[in-house]
Design a protein around this ligand. Sequence first.
Ligand code: 4AD
Ligand code: MG
Length: 433
Amino acid sequence: MEQISIIDSKDHVDERVKIGVWLTDKRSSGKISFLQLRDGTAFFQGVVVKNTVGEEIFDLAKKLKQETSMWVTGTIHQDDRSHFGYEIEIDGIEVIGESGDYPITPKEHGIDFLLDHRHLWLRSSRPHAIMEIRNEVIRATYEFFNQEGFIKIDAPILTDSAPEGTTELFKTKYFDREAYLSQSGQLYEEAGAMAFGKVFSFGPTFRAEKSKTRRHLTEFWQIEPEMAFMHQEESLQVQERYVAFLVQNVIDHCAYELKILGRDVGTLKKYTKLPFARITYDKAIEMLQASGKFPDLKWGVDFGSPEETFLADQFEQPVFVMNYPKSVKPFYMKPHPTRDDLVVCADLLAPEGYGEIIGGSERSTDYDYLVSQLEKTGQDIKNYEWYLDLRKFGSVPHSGFGLGLERALTWITGEDHVRETIPFPRMLHRLNP
Ligand code: 4AD
Ligand code: MG
């Protein structure tokens, strides 16, 4: 008898197999028990019929507690009524590990309770589906950048630079000096691009965000590509190809998970059509003002969630908002060639109110400009000498961007809160588990 995983049931219809499982829920009548089972790869139902298995196994099945682990043997059948499509008719059960009173029951729990039990909650079908999609997005990310000729250059986590400004830094002791947890790998990717042409990093980044919004984590994962000999317009094309590729791969490989989450595939399909819309910041301000919904809005402000949602709602697909005021963006962005007050950048806003999923720009190649920008923000030039070196030795036009993995996942999965999309979220009041 072959030992299989639930996910491979389709290849074993009408065969007798052995599977290691946990019990997630059960229901019994006098003669038949339905065991809801999971093995990490998927969820399906086991059916135990008293007349077939005999009294002993039937009684054992009835007494099993939630999250008991066991070997089950039985025959796989097609089951068109379930999301998964297959079930097992059980003929044998061997308990591996007994379970106590499992805190997460099939009834409703509050969000704080669930987050306190995140280490167990991960076993449930919704978080499970989201993590499978997270894994697919990561897999597709590597596929995309490898096929586009990028190489992965890992950026350090412990740094002494603050690319995104000094207000949201996590500081830590570093022997006899201070270090920061990386806000972004970008500056290192710029060095990488000058060495390898097209590079990307994928790693955790940190922001000491005191804001308790649906979009903010203090620790989140960023994919940060950086391309030498590339202007912003070409970078936007890489970005839209990448995002459409992610969505397409989730549609192609995560149909079961999307079904569990109730995410409409037809809606997602719209986001694979290229090109995405493009508007300037100036135009965005015009649209917001014309709507009458933002009476106090003035040119020069950064957008918050209500503005981003309004703008995104005007388009069927994600939309690039280009060329923001210099004053609301980081020091490294290239100044606009004809407008002194703007930088050559874009944020990609996701539809359906999910906000900014990518921030990117062309980078300034002007040594003196960068020094003056750093000085303006009160940063210690000494810590950036290596970065400024990149402008001294064969500087070239280059552009890059950062996609927030959890932001993108929140949108793709249709979840309400970014915390659902990372295994162990870190937020203002949450460091455990
Ligand atoms: O727009 P941001 O701050 O850009 C950078 O860090 C650039 N250095 C990226 C680059 O050009 N290489 O962050 C990039 C993305 C945002 O668009 C958003 O998706 C996500 O990271 N992000 C967050 N996600 C979750 N929680 C937070 N607190 C986030 N802050 C940014
Ligand atoms: Mg941003």
